[in-house]
Design a protein around this ligand. Structure first.
Ligand code: SAH
Length: 352
């Protein structure tokens, strides 16, 4: 029997031709009934992947203290908007808000807003963060006109990308077709809006059409009402080559296998994000390696502080987790941190 999501894809392909990789990703991850994020809790040990937020509480706490410092630099506004894009299980925000509780006036000032596409994860976030009365929004234009701090960890890597492949001196677009046996397969088709530069044959270039939209949408309320944003993701200034990857139960899988049941992500190119936000009027700092950024902000000291009251196995876990997030050979280098602020704002913590 053909899986329901493959049937939907097959019908769409028959009707309007092979899907772009972006259309394939969008259906796989976000189809309102069968999409991966709609039907799964992708995170944690039983899920398909994990994030820094789920690895150690120190990650969210450091981000929480970053928010506090930014809030102070804005003149400690009360109220202000704290907004997270793609909050997953709500773990990062829970840790961040707990860290902020120690600071007089901060928690009372927070108006928590969450932007999440998955109804399943929305319910989890509502539960995890119920003490802070979060409001879910569908677009950043719904934010009230208040100073704003926006956080996005591993949000941009889930945005759909298109792939272009250099073939016999021309750019072709890689698309997803269906075989007579109802299997999904890549095909190369003429590209109407391909990259405008030359690369050797077989080179692959990925373009994330919605990254500009999101970067601009984050930048606008900052420019209008003052504030800052923190974007954390795996990637580089300009990512080259094919990076689309699928994970199933923490193991690599073929991106076309089991749509709707595997996680799909691609490395994030930070340059286009910076360019879009700059156009709106923000000042961009970074990307800097996550490991350096976390250590500058005291992740090691916080880990040791937690170790002082922990059992030996807990201490081992805390230190291993810190190493995983900060070691250049693990997540320390591949993950990057970028900030948006108002043009004349001082550098936020970790970016001077
Ligand atoms: N930030 C979390 C989870 C990252 S996983 C953490 O640090 O653990 C990616 C998150 O982004 C999930 O919550 C997913 O549902 C959400 N997401 C992905 N694409 C989205 C989109 N286009 N709009 C809203 N949320 C999206």
């Amino acid at each position: 029997m053909i899986a329901p999501l493959i049937k939907i894809m097959r019908d769409q392909i028959r009707h309007s031709g092979p899907l772009t990789v972006a259309e394939y990703m969008d259906l796989s991850l976000m189809h309102p009934q069968f999409g991966y994020y709609v039907t799964h809790d992708p995170l944690g040990a039983e899920g398909d992947f994990t994030t820094a937020s789920e690895i150690t509480q120190v990650f969210g706490e450091v981000i929480g203290l970053w928010c506090v410092e930014v809030w102070k630099s804005l003149g400690s506004p009360n109220p202000f908007v704290l907004c997270e894009l793609g909050p997953g299980r709500g773990t990062l925000m829970q840790d961040a808000l707990r860290a902020g509780r120690l600071v007089p006036g901060y928690s009372e000032a927070v108006r928590l807003h969450l932007l999440e596409a998955s109804p399943f994860l929305k319910a989890k976030q509502q539960e995890a963060l119920k003490d802070y009365k979060p409001r879910h929004i569908a677009a950043l234009t719904e934010l009230p006109d208040l100073p704003v701090i926006i956080i996005a960890n591993e949000f941009f890597d889930a945005l759909p990308i298109r792939q272009f492949v250099r073939y016999q001196g021309n750019w072709k677009e890689r698309r997803v077709a269906i075989t007579p046996q109802d299997a999904l397969a890549y095909v190369l088709l003429p590209a109407s809006d391909a990259p405008d530069f030359d690369l050797p044959d077989e080179s692959v270039v990925e373009v994330c059409p919605s990254a500009d939209h999101w970067a601009s949408a984050i930048a606008r309320p900052i420019v209008k009402n003052t504030g800052a944003a923190l974007i954390i993701d795996y990637g580089d200034d300009e990512v080259v080559g094919e990076t689309l990857q699928a994970l199933s139960h923490h193991r690599p899988a073929h991106p076309l296998s089991m749509p709707g049941r595997i996680d799909l992500t691609a490395h994030v190119s930070f340059d286009p994000i910076a360019t879009a936000a700059r156009k709106i009027g923000c000042r961009i700092r970074g990307p800097v390696p996550q490991g350096e950024w976390l250590l500058t902000l005291g992740a090691r000291e916080r880990t040791e502080q937690l170790c002082a009251n922990a059992t030996e196995p807990q201490q081992r876990n805390l230190r291993t987790a810190l190493a995983r997030l900060t070691d250049p050979a693990a997540m320390g280098n591949i993950f990057k941190v970028m900030s948006f602020t108002n043009r004349n704002a001082p550098p936020p913590p970790g970016f001077d």
